[in-house]
Ligand binder design. Structure first.
Ligand SMILES: Nc1ncnc2c1ncn2[C@@H]1O[C@H](COP(=O)(O)OP(=O)(O)O)[C@@H](O)[C@H]1O
Ligand SMILES: [Mg+2]
Length: 321
C-alpha cells in the first residue's frame, strides 16, 4: 500500500480571549492510494478543522501550530499560495455537507461544472460541455444532456449533492475529502449517494477521506477508520478489526448509537454527556467524564495512543488485545 497523504502530529488551535481552544491535538493518520479512510466522531470533535487543515484552509482565527501534512511526500503546510492553489481542487478536492451553499444559484449547473473543468483541464468549451454531461451521468443524474441547463433550485438536495460530487471530480483529483456529504439528506438518498461515491472511488482508484458523525455509514465502506474524540484520535485501525472488537469505550458507544435497520424497537442509544472543548492540555483521559469503565488511574496521567496488532491504535489504558 502506498501512502498518498500522511498527516503527522497535526495541532490546530483557535485563540479565544486568552484561552485558546485546542481543537485538534497531535492527530496523525495515513491515507493510502485507492483506499477509503473513515473519519468518525461527534459534532465538534475536530473533523472539519482537520479536513480544512489538509487544504490549508483552516477558518479564521484558527492557527495550525504543529505537524506536517505530506501529500505525495511534499509538506502542504510549507507550500506557498501558488503551490497550494495547484493542489486544491486539482489534486485534493473536497465536498461539504450543504451543497446549496457551494453552488451558485444564478448559473446553470452545467455552466458551473464546465467552468470547473476549464479551470483545471485544458479543454475547449465544447469538450468541457461534453465532459460535464459525462460526469453528470456518472454521478447518476438522469437525462444529463437536458439537466445540463438546469439551475440549482430545480434540483433536489440529493441531486445537488451529486452535482457537487461531479464538480469535485472534474479535475480527476487523487484525493476526495467528503465532509459529511450525506448528512443533510434522507436515509434512502444517503445510501444511493454513498454507493455511487464508492463506485467512482473504485473505478478511479481515488483515495477517499470520508468524514461522518455516523459510524454506521463507514461500516461497509471504509478500509480503515479513525475515531476522533475532543480533538484527538481515540482509536485508529483497520475497519474489520474495529468492527470485530471496538477497543475504545467511545467507539463502543458510537456502535450502540447506530440504528438497526428493520428493528423498529431499537432505541437510538446515545452516549451521555457532551464533547468537551479543550483549552488546556488534559491531565488524564479526555473521555473520563463520560466513560462507563473509568478507573482512578485514567485521570492521573495523559493517555497515549497504545499500539496493538495490525497497526491498531487505542487511547485507553483499559484495552487489552
Ligand atoms: N471558526 C471557529 N472559531 C473558533 N473555534 C472554532 C471554529 N471552528 C471550529 N472551532 C472549534 O474547533 C472545534 C472542532 O470543530 P469542527 O472541526 O468543525 O468539528 P466537527 O467534528 O463537528 O467537524 C469546535 O468544537 C470549536 O471549538
Ligand atoms: Mg464538521
Amino acid at each position: 500500500m502506498t501512502a498518498i497523504l500522511d498527516v503527522q502530529n497535526l495541532g490546530v488551535r483557535f485563540p479565544s480571549g486568552g484561552r485558546d481552544i485546542l481543537a485538534v491535538r497531535d492527530v496523525s493518520f495515513t491515507l493510502y492510494k485507492g483506499s477509503t479512510l473513515g473519519f468518525v466522531g461527534e459534532s465538534g470533535c475536530g473533523k472539519s478543522v482537520t479536513a480544512y487543515a489538509i487544504l490549508k484552509l483552516v477558518p479564521q482565527p484558527g492557527i495550525i501550530d504543529s505537524g506536517r501534512i505530506l501529500y505525495q511526500g511534499r509538506d502542504i503546510l510549507r507550500m506557498d499560495d501558488d503551490e497550494i492553489r495547484k493542489v486544491r481542487g486539482k489534486e485534493i478536492a473536497m465536498i461539504f455537507q450543504e451543497p446549496m451553499i457551494s453552488l451558485n444559484p444564478v448559473f446553470s449547473i452545467g455552466y458551473q461544472i464546465s467552468e470547473s473543468i476549464m479551470l483545471h483541464l485544458r479543454m475547449s468549451k465544447r469538450e468541457a460541455r461534453e465532459y460535464s454531461i459525462e460526469l453528470l451521468k456518472s454521478v447518476g443524474i438522469p437525462d444529463p444532456g437536458k439537466r445540463y441547463n438546469s439551475y440549482p433550485h430545480e434540483f433536489s438536495g440529493g441531486m445537488r449533492q451529486r452535482v457537487m460530487i461531479a464538480i469535485a471530480l472534474s479535475a480527476s483529483p487523487s484525493i476526495l475529502i467528503a465532509d459529511e456529504p450525506t448528512t443533510a439528506l434522507d436515509v434512502t438518498i444517503q445510501a444511493q449517494i454513498l454507493e455511487m461515491l464508492l463506485k467512482i472511488q473504485e473505478e478511479r482508484q481515488m483515495s477517499l477521506l470520508l468524514i461522518t458523525h455516523d459510524l454506521g455509514i463507514v461500516a461497509n465502506i471504509a478500509d480503515e477508520i479513525a475515531i476522533m474524540y475532543a480533538g484527538e484520535i481515540a482509536e485508529y485501525g483497520r475497519s474489520i478489526d474495529i468492527f470485530k472488537k471496538p477497543g475504545h469505550p467511545y467507539t463502543r458507544g458510537l456502535f450502540k448509537a447506530i440504528p438497526r435497520i428493520g428493528d423498529p424497537r431499537s432505541e437510538l442509544a446515545t452516549i451521555p454527556g457532551m464533547v468537551p472543548s479543550i483549552t488546556s492540555p488534559p491531565t488524564g483521559c479526555v473521555f473520563y467524564p463520560r466513560c462507563p469503565i473509568r478507573i482512578k488511574k485514567c485521570i492521573q496521567a495523559p493517555v497515549p495512543l497504545l499500539h496493538f496488532a495490525n497497526k491498531r491504535l487505542v487511547r485507553c489504558i483499559r484495552y487489552k488485545d
